[in-house]
Design a binder for this molecule. Structure first.
Ligand SMILES: [Mn+2]
Length: 410
């Protein structure tokens, strides 16, 4: 009895919120829902389209970039998510602008629009407004928020929409291994019953194109195995992600402690680190040693590994790939690598390896999260406060003093 009345009051809360959201729309509206495509944003936009069905004239899901990851492409195609590329949309002539799973300061193109509605779960930063804002940083996925809206409207999701939402929660919470609130678990449970698990598996397993097998072949052919470390270079790659997939595959090999996979994507060197997770920390070593050369893997706590070997590897890579094609990027993580000593360590390291190119500083911001989500590794650096201007000025000064040219996007 107590449980039932709890559910009823919850239903009431959801219903009220849904009503408030729906009040921001008119039946004559031409609605646009903007997304940076990933499973959560696609599913959330799809859910909003369903919520607005017959309530507005039309809802267009506008993608600001193309869908590239294979699982995202499979999701879009199998679940028939009607996405329109921004270049193909008449973006100036919508009557309502909605942003889901992102905020107006998350991408340059968003600044062109005045959003009426923003629904998201990333930590909020100041500096923008909308008529209706629903930001819940405690939630693991925007899809969870959208499920509350759907249930508030007593809409049972179709099999395709349910599968999309399920995959979104699964992806954004890393199967509940790295994020996820009680709400995420509950909506996951609910939507699980409406989803199609065969479709879900198909999406989940769409990782490789037949052409990608060549990179695995190259990785195996070029592998250098020393003691418990495996190093391989796979050359030019069509997507940075392929280095992650090769590295993940190599983690299945018994008895290897460290894995280094490098590749060249759009003239940038990508290095992916993996380890067996026992007393070692690939993310920390990567940040300490390299800054960020592309996608440098996950970041956890606790290392203690000498970077002598890594220095060797870095020099080797500079020789193999060519100095002019390596860009040293340092994600600035307050309290981790931004103090004078840690930063000097990275700069000395780069200098010793013979690196003389520019240093690209990447001040901490909430987009770091999206980046790590993209490679399927949420960062636990999210909670940290952003840099102050003074900090940044001090850091830039220190890098320049070491004779490096500084590139910095603030
Ligand atoms: Mn999300």
């Amino acid at each position: 009895m107590a449980k039932r009345s709890g559910q009823q009051s919850e239903q009431r809360v959801w219903r009220r919120k849904t009503q408030t959201l729906l009040k921001t729309f008119e039946p004559s509206d031409d609605v646009s829902v903007f997304i940076k495509p990933d499973p959560d944003s696609m599913a959330s936009a799809y859910a909003l389209k369903r919520l607005l069905w017959r309530k507005v004239r039309n809802t267009t899901l506008v993608c600001i970039s193309s869908v590239e990851r294979l699982d995202n492409l499979t999701m879009k195609e199998l679940l028939k998510i009607p996405l329109t590329q921004m270049v193909d949309a008449d973006v100036e002539n919508f009557t309502r602008y909605v942003l889901v799973d992102a905020q107006p300061d998350h991408a340059e193109v968003f600044s062109r629009f005045n959003f009426n509605v923003v629904i998201d779960h990333h930590p909020v930063k100041e500096g923008w407004g909308a008529d209706f804002v629903d930001i819940r940083p405690a939630y693991g996925a925007t899809a969870t928020i959208m499920l509350e809206y759907l249930r508030g409207a007593r809409i049972k999701p179709s099999m395709k929409l349910a599968t999309a939402l399920l995959y979104a929660i699964k992806t954004d919470t890393g199967n509940f291994e790295r994020a996820g609130s009680e709400e995420d678990v509950r909506q996951f449970q609910y939507v699980f019953n409406h989803a199609n698990r065969n479709l879900l598996n198909k999406i989940d397993r769409s990782e490789l194109t037949p052409d990608d097998l060549d990179y695995f072949q190259r990785a195996l052919a070029n592998r250098i195995l020393t003691k418990k470390r495996l190093y391989t270079h796979i050359g030019k790659v069509p997507r940075a992600d392929i280095c992650v997939q090769v590295a993940d595959f190599l983690t299945k090999v018994h008895g290897i402690g460290w894995i280094f996979v490098s590749g060249v994507y759009e003239d940038k060197l990508i290095i992916v680190f993996r380890n067996d997770g026992y007393r070692k920390n690939a993310g920390k070593t990567a940040v300490r040693a390299f800054g960020d050369l592309g996608s440098a893997g996950e970041h956890k706590a606790g290392t203690g590994v000498s970077n002598e070997r890594i220095l060797e590897n870095f020099s080797l890579l500079l020789q193999r790939v060519g100095r002019d094609r390596v860009l040293l990027r340092i994600p600035l993580i307050p309290g981790f690598n931004t103090d004078e000593e840690a930063l000097q360590g990275i700069l000395d390291f780069a200098g010793k390896a013979g690196y003389d190119g520019p240093v690209h500083l990447m001040p901490y911001n909430s987009m770091t999260r999206t980046k790590y989500e993209k490679i399927g590794r949420a960062s636990d650096f999210l909670e940290r406060a952003p840099q102050t201007e003074e900090d940044l000025a001090r850091i830039i000064g220190q890098v320049e003093k070491c004779g490096f040219e500084v590139l910095c996007n603030r």
